[in-house]
Every structure is written in C-alpha cells, then in structure tokens.
Design a protein around this ligand. Structure first.
Ligand code: NAI
Ligand SMILES: Cc1ncc(C(=O)O)c(C(=O)O)c1O
Length: 309
C-alpha cells in the first residue's frame, strides 16, 4: 500500500501535485535541487490548498495528508513507497536523478515519471529493477485537472500499473491506462496535433493569436469538455468527417520540426508566463490576477461537469 510519496522537482508541476496527494491523505516529502524552487513551492502550496477547498475536496483526518519540504534528496526518498520524478523534460537530467536515487531506495520502491511524453521504455533503461518504473502523467495545473495517464514501458510489471491506477482512483482522481508506450502518450499527441496547427495558422497570418484562442476556446474547447472527440464524430456524422477529412487532412500542417516562431521566442528567452512574455505579455500583477481567474473558472467548470452544481 502506498502511504509515503517523494516528489523530486518542484517547478510548475510539483507543488500542485504535492498539495493534491496530501489532500488524498498521503504523506508527501518534496525535494528540489534549487533552494529558490523549494521556497516558491512553499508559497504555491497554500494557493493550491485554497483551490482544493473551492473544489470541495475533503480535508483528510488530522495527522493524515502532510507535505514536508527538504533540500536533501536522501531524506526525500528515504522510506518512500513511491517516488514521482518531476524534473525537466530531458532524458539526461531524468537519468541523473534515477542514478542518484537508485542506491537510496528499496528495490521494490515504485518510481514514476511525470514525463510529458518520453517513452517509459527509454527512461527505465537508466534504473535498476526497471519493472518498478511507470509513467504517471499529470496535466497542468495538477491540483485541478483530475485525469492522469498511466503508462507501462516494455519492462514495467503489470501489477505496478494496477497499483498506480488504484492509488489515483483511491484519492478521487481519474486514471486512464494507455495501452502502448508511444511518444507523447495520448493526451499530448492530441494536444500537440492541435498546437502544431494553431501555431502554423498564427505564423502564416491566417489569424491573430487572440482570435485563435477565442475560436478554439469557445468553438472546440467548450464543446469538447462535454463531448469527447469520439462522441463528437458521432454527433457530427461520420459521413461529414469523411467528406471534410478527404480534402482537409492533406492541407493541415505536417511540419516535423519546431516552428520558427517558437524558436525565435525561445531563443530570446520569451518562454511565456514564467519569463513575463511568450505569445502574450504579462506583468507580475496580471499573472497573479490571471492565475486566480483561471483557477476560479476551472473550478466552476469542473463542478458543473461533475454534476455538483
Ligand atoms: N509544465 C507542464 O505543463 C507539464 C509538465 N510535465 C512534465 O513534468 C516534468 C516537470 O515539468 P515542469 O514542472 O513544467 O518543469 P519545471 O522546469 O517548471 O521544473 C522542474 C524543476 O526540477 C528541478 N530540478 C532540475 N534538476 C533537478 C534534479 N536533479 N533534482 C531535483 N530537482 C531538479 C528544477 O530546479 C525545477 O524546479 C517534465 O517532465 C514535464 O515535461 C507534465 C505535465 C504538464
Ligand atoms: C503545452 C503543454 N505541454 C505539455 C503538457 C503536458 O501535459 O505534459 C501540457 C499540459 O497542459 O499539461 C501543456 O499545456
């Protein structure tokens, strides 16, 4: 049974994940190599807890469900039943973490990666007892989005997938087991197909960035939260899909590299909210207001989709 969880990496994903797991009654110990990240994570924890209250997720009994921060990786993983690796999307950084923890954990400690899409088979080549490694792909913001993909690599033992799936269910979240270890799994294959086309349309001057967002959020996005893509095909009619896809598929972006617009921005350190500018610009005040507004709206939508309002 999983009771004690170590989270390695406290950037965008780690703090919300820690808050959500603790709210599920689990004991979380959270570590980052950067002292500044640990400090930021401490303040993000309180914000995430407020959102979990707004979502109506019950607080566990006193003493259960804790988050402790540490700047010592050995302390973080000591006695852990599950380690969730949450460091940048780079195989060599992730492999370094696996090598470091290998001698610090028991041979049956489950090691999960929150990778956005590196095949688990590639990651488990860097750890001993690869059968205990599994993909556990959360979605951002992790304290609000309930779906988590669970992915086995070629060497993952089937009971590890079941254990993680059951853990996710036991704290009221929604596991989806992906049947093949394909790059990007399912969520990001679908998201990146959409993002490739969206970036291409903006880059080619077909639409302004703000209008692209209005079109997708109020057209596809709002609808797809209620009617998933497979159900949408049936709602539209497969005959319509056949006609449209017969001419449109060939015209969609099929570029296999990163779009120049994205490279220009990343080369200029325009990374989005975290750097104050990306596709749009953000002052610190705007960022704070935007994050609050987005959390409120996501909470309201989720409560309605769950039939709680
Ligand atoms: N940002 C997103 O929307 C999502 C990201 N992911 C995946 O989750 C993982 C983490 O992503 P983010 O939180 O966005 O990254 P991030 O870059 O915001 O944070 C990564 C953190 O890892 C820390 N770190 C780096 N090397 C470390 C080490 N050796 N030991 C301990 N900590 C270390 C950094 O100091 C940083 O705080 C990546 O694999 C990413 O692809 C998954 C779902 C969504
Ligand atoms: C742009 C982008 N890339 C990856 C992810 C992920 O799920 O790994 C997300 C996300 O929203 O979670 C994302 O927005």
């Amino acid at each position: 049974m999983i009771q004690r969880i170590a989270i390695i990496g406290l950037g965008t994903m780690g703090p919300g994940m820690a808050a959500r797991l603790a709210r599920g009654g689990l004991q979380v110990v959270a570590y980052d190599v950067a002292p500044g990240a640990i400090e930021r994570a401490g303040s993000m924890l309180g914000v995430a807890e407020g959102v979990l209250d707004a979502l109506g997720i019950a607080v566990p009994p006193a003493g259960a469900g804790t988050v402790r921060f540490t700047d010592d990786i050995a302390d973080a993983v000591s006695g852990a039943d599950l380690v969730i690796e949450n460091v940048p999307e780079n195989i060599s950084i992730k492999a370094d973490v696996y090598r470091t923890i290998d001698s610090l954990i028991a041979s049956d400690t489950i090691v999960a990666s929150d990778t956005s899409g590196i095949p688990i088979t590639k990651l488990q080549a860097h750890i001993s007892h690869p059968e205990r490694m599994v993909g556990m792909h959360w979605s951002n913001p992790p304290h609000i989005i309930p779906m988590i993909e669970v992915i086995a690599g070629e060497k993952t033992a089937p009971h590890i997938v079941t254990t993680i799936r059951d853990l996710i269910r036991s704290i009221g979240l929604l596991p989806v087991v992906v049947k093949k270890d394909v790059p990007g799994f399912v969520e990001n294959r679908v998201l990146y197909a959409l993002l490739r086309e969206a970036v291409d349309l903006v880059e080619r001057g077909v639409i302004e960035p703000e209008d692209l967002d209005t079109c997708v959020s109020w057209g596809i996005g709002y609808k797809i939260a209620v009617i998933g893509p497979m159900a949408l095909l049936d709602m539209a009619g497969l005959d319509i899909y056949k006609s449209v896809s017969s001419f449109l598929n060939a015209d969609l972006s099929n570029r296999d590299d990163v779009a120049p617009m994205v490279l220009e921005k990343t080369n200029a350190s325009k990374l989005g909210i975290k750097s104050g500018e990306g596709m749009f610009s953000y002052t610190p005040e705007q960022t704070k207001a935007l994050q609050g507004e987005r959390a409120r709206k996501l909470v309201a939508v989720r409560r309605i989709l769950e039939g709680r309002e």
